[in-house]
Write a protein that binds this ligand. Structure first.
Ligand SMILES: C[S@@+](CC[C@H](N)C(=O)[O-])C[C@H]1O[C@@H](n2cnc3c(N)ncnc32)[C@H](O)[C@@H]1O
Length: 267
């Protein structure tokens, strides 16, 4: 899996040449303090208790499922469309695992106390349909908690600001299906009549991209953009040179904000 294409690979994990590598990507991210911290907060927003039933949509490696069971004694049902991910969740957790597409959740209405999607809606074909499915299976008074980065919030300091803008624009507009959805989730929940809607912002700041480059793939985004016709390859070369120069001189700075959106389904 080329790092510049990691993001898109999550739309169809099992069709990747080496789907197991994506497990490694998620594991490395989960070990980063930024990720550990926002994920902990996201689970807290569910307000689940011992005996509550929570559905984790796009559960990935099962990190949230494992922690929810440990932290609050919550009974977790984990859904992922990928068989690779489902096998990992089965191996790592006691969650009930279902291979299914979030656009068609195979559960009866109102059967869960909480529902969670952590970095999933950015990847799906029809996020509003997945959201409607998540709300359908939630009981009145139940909690929904969503987390996604919003790539319209990105900043990057390299020499050529215009070039930086174009590469970040590719990341926001094309590299992900819904790279700029996160700031609109509160509005989508309001339109569906949810109450107690809250939005919390967590900004990931990267000063040393070498520490996380194999997971974020920042350095390769320009070449990914060029491969998809968004940039001349000479500009991609120039981006990489300026990227490396920024790292070498201590100038490098990249940031992107994640939004944690939560709400209660009206009674
Ligand atoms: C970036 S990973 C996040 C995994 C996990 N939620 C976490 O926070 O570590 C996205 C996950 O969503 C799953 N996924 C993507 N589209 C999906 C869909 N339409 N239905 C169900 N799962 C989906 C992928 O297989 C992948 O495991």
């Amino acid at each position: 899996v080329g790092s510049g294409h990691v993001a898109h690979a999550f739309t169809a994990v099992d069709r990747q040449p080496r789907p197991g590598e994506l497990l490694g990507v998620l594991d490395r991210l989960a070990a980063e303090p930024f990720y550990g911290s926002y994920k902990h907060r996201l689970r807290g927003l569910l307000q689940s208790e011992r005996g509550s039933r929570v559905l984790d949509v796009g559960a990935g490696t099962g990190a949230n499922a494992l922690a929810l069971a440990a932290e609050s004694g919550t009974e977790v049902v984990a859904v992922d469309q990928s068989m690779t991910m489902a096998a990992a969740i089965r191996a790592r957790t006691r969650a009930h695992v279902v291979v299914a597409d979030g656009h068609r959740l195979p559960f009866r209405a109102s059967g869960f106390d909480g529902v969670l999607a952590d970095r999933v809606l950015q990847h799906v074909a029809e996020p509003e349909r997945v959201l409607d499915q998540m709300l359908r299976i939630l009981r009145p008074g139940g909690r929904i908690a969503l987390a996604d980065p919003d790539y319209s919030t990105q900043v990057l300091d390299i020499e050529d600001r215009e070039l930086a803008g174009r590469v970040l624009g590719y990341r926001a507009q094309a590299a992900l299906r819904n790279g700029t959805l996160a700031h609109r989730l509160a509005g989508l929940l309001a339109a569906r009549g949810l109450r107690e809607i809250t939005v919390e912002a967590r900004t990931l700041v990267v000063r040393d991209p070498r520490a996380v480059d194999n997971v974020l793939g920042l350095r390769s985004w320009a070449h990914a953009a060029a491969a998809h016709g968004y940039l001349e390859s000479a500009d991609a070369e120039r981006f990489v040179e300026q990227f490396d120069a920024a790292v070498d001189t201590g100038r490098f700075m990249y940031a992107v904000t994640f939004f944690l959106t939560a709400a209660t389904l009206g009674r």
